[in-house]
Design a protein around this ligand. Structure first.
Ligand SMILES: [Zn+2]
Ligand SMILES: [Zn+2]
Length: 290
């Protein structure tokens, strides 16, 4: 790992966990990615996937750098793994939790509630790690956070996701760049700061919740159209990848009702529009820069 910049997917499904036979190949946990560079760890979102990431980080003792967790938003599929993240209970660990400040809502209190009764048997005193809360202020344009050793995290808001929008992140190290754009709906394509964030990225991890037919409501599903639900179709992901001229696109945040076989269909569709498309798969590691 030394000197390299790597990504590992720990949870790739959207909305709620779907363990079982139908999701065995791509995994049933919800959103969580681990990025590692220069001995440092950055986690994007804390869905149930973060539980396995935590086990891995705990097994590797002796890291002197804090673990940085960046949340896109506070929907449960992006935070529900936090109370089960093993480093929280390790007195040697330091964890920095970065989260979007959302007007009219006390996000910190909402996050703390995850650790308190009645949702949890533990209390904040039960957390043994040094835990720091870092709100990311609502603002226009791109903001950049320097984590040291050349590792940098940039973010910008996207307002399509109900009700409070999300943060889109770009993690950079040694010239390599990963962009994480989940829980976004962009029928007109990315514009402004998000286009700027995505431009020329090595890897774009993009919401691909729906097939076009289900989004428009003319498929066989009885659930009706999904327009306005704040998620992308495969075509939206492919178009944004092409417009941003990224090197590789990873489809992500699949609708929980789609079993693995349907994801294979998604991949075939996406590759017609953007050839270098792949499916995010739980447990898969990718070298972004050697
Ligand atoms: Zn989600
Ligand atoms: Zn969401």
């Amino acid at each position: 790992m030394k000197g390299g910049f790597t990504l590992t997917f720990f949870g790739v499904r959207g909305s709620y966990p779907v363990p079982g036979e139908g999701t065995r190949r791509y995994g049933g946990n919800t959103s969580s990615l681990l990025l590692q560079a220069a001995g440092r760890s950055v986690i994007l979102d804390a869905g149930t996937g973060i539980i396995q990431a935590g086990r891995l980080l705990s097994a590797r003792r002796g890291t002197r750098h804090p673990i940085h967790i960046f949340l896109t938003h506070l929907h449960s599929d992006h935070i529900m793994g936090l109370p089960f993240f093993a480093p929280m209970f390790d007195p040697r660990a330091e964890i920095v939790l970065h989260y979007p400040e959302q007007r009219g809502h006390d996000s910190r209190r909402a996050l703390e509630a995850l650790f308190l009764p009645p949702y949890s048997p533990i209390t904040l005193q039960g957390i043994k790690a040094r835990l720091r809360f870092e709100p990311l202020a609502a603002r226009d344009g791109v903001a950049v956070i320097d984590l040291g050793s050349g590792l940098e995290v940039a973010h910008a808001r996207h307002d399509s996701h109900p009700l409070l929008g999300v943060l889109i992140y770009r993690v950079g190290f040694a010239g390599g760049r990963l962009v994480y754009a989940t829980d976004v709906e962009s029928p007109e394509g990315f514009g402004g700061p998000i286009r700027e964030l995505g431009a020329g990225a090595d890897l774009l991890v993009h919401d691909a919740q729906y097939f076009e037919t289900d989004y428009l409501g003319n498929g066989e599903s009885p659930r009706g159209p999904r327009r306005g639900f704040g998620h992308s179709t495969v075509a939206m992901a492919a178009r944004n990848a092409a417009a941003c001229r990224v090197k590789r696109l990873y489809l992500f945040h699949y609708d929980p009702t789609y079993p693995d076989a349907r994801l294979d269909e998604m991949l075939a569709l996406a590759r017609k529009e953007f050839r270098r498309t792949f499916l995010a798969r739980e447990g898969k590691s990718i070298i972004i820069r050697r």
